[in-house]
Write a protein that binds this ligand. Structure first.
Ligand code: AMP
Ligand code: MN
Ligand code: MN
Length: 321
């Protein structure tokens, strides 16, 4: 499928790129990385993101090209959905636009069935969408300039927890090295992508202060209300890496962070280590992800979400113990 995707992209002259809303390093890296790769081949690219872009990614080359809008419906020869495989995940504008485009390609590494698009390359075996694009560009012999290399490096680095999660394989490190040779500067990138702020550290402090261990201390659970964010001047993406800290607690097998959403409902981030498959759990609740990292939006309040998930996890851990 990798070669077929390269061909598919090679055939198109005007390409729309979109990844999931609330973008992370991989969503932005894939959108901007592919934009640079296609532009180097003389193609016209419209790069869409529903946003918001976290402050630490504002340095990414080409970021000023990202648009929250959409081109005219008949403009793209091909629309490419990246780092997700459900148009709803890409936000309202994309969910409305994509089904009306001529042809859709999907490049993603999340679990689950992709029943959307004509050219679909979804392989959960890859650590990052940027990893897929990096290999594809290499195999196809595409020119990879320093800007594309930087964007792809950000996606691989952030989706592998700086090359430390179980999804990082020998080929992942090799690609990292190649991207550095092509002009990605790991120190310069890390200074930005892992930068912080006072508000971020304060909201993290508050989350850690309210943290609980449940289910025989095998589940770490924390909640964040909109009022906490507002009081400390923090934004939702300031919490993006908190759940990984919860999973790092010795003895903890599953970590849960429950964030209250502005418009009602909650976003739950799940992480596990070892055998617990939080990806399947999230898919069962209408979300998605990977075996050890997943997320879901629920229409309930924070306490209700906590009770539901803690119950599911206690049963899951009990059965497998
Ligand atoms: P997060 O907790 O938001 O960092 O997400 C962990 C993983 O699950 C990422 O790979 C996300 O792309 C995926 N994910 C998060 N939320 C959802 C959702 N609502 N639907 C599908 N996948 C999700
Ligand atoms: Mn992502
Ligand atoms: Mn990803």
């Amino acid at each position: 499928m990798m070669a077929r995707m390269a061909e598919e992209l090679g055939r198109a002259g005007k390409v729309l790129l979109a990844a999931h809303r609330d973008p992370d390093g991989d969503a932005l890296g894939a959108t901007l990385g592919l934009m640079h790769l296609l532009q180097a081949q003389g193609k016209e690219v419209f790069a869409h993101s529903a946003g918001p872009v976290p402050a630490e990614y504002e340095f990414m080359p080409g970021l000023d090209r990202l648009s929250p809008a959409m081109p005219a419906p008949d403009w793209p020869d091909l629309a490419v959905l990246l780092d997700c495989h459900d148009p709803e995940r890409a936000g309202a504008a994309a969910a409305d636009f994509l089904p009306r485009t001529r042809r859709i390609a999907v490049v993603d590494h999340h679990l689950g069935r992709a029943d959307f698009g004509q050219a679909v390359w979804v392989e959960p075996d890859y650590a990052a969408t940027c990893e897929m694009l990096g290999f594809m560009a290499g195999e196809a012999g595409w020119a990879i300039g320093p800007e594309a290399a930087t964007c792809l490096f950000v996606g691989v680095q952030t989706d592998t927890g700086r090359f430390s999660y179980s999804n990082a394989r020998p080929r992942t490190y090799r690609l990292g090295a190649e991207l550095v040779e092509l002009g990605a500067d790991p120190w310069a990138i890390s200074q930005q992508a892992y930068s912080s702020s006072l508000a971020r550290l304060k909201i993290m402090g508050r989350v850690f202060a309210g943290l609980k261990l449940v289910a025989g201390e095998r589940v770490a659970l924390a909640k964040v209300a909109q009022a906490d964010l507002a009081e400390l001047g923090a934004v939702s993406s300031d919490l993006d890496r908190v759940v990984e800290e919860l999973r790092a607690i010795r003895g903890v097998e599953v970590a849960l962070l429950i964030k209250e959403l502005k418009g009602g409902g909650v976003k739950v981030s799940l992480r596990s280590r070892g055998r617990v498959d939080v990806g399947s759990l999230a898919i069962g609740l209408g979300g998605g992800g990977h075996k050890n990292a997943a997320g879901v939006r629920l229409e309930s309040g924070m306490d209700e979400a906590e009770a539901r998930l803690a119950g599911l996890l206690a049963r899951g851990l009990g059965e497998k113990a």
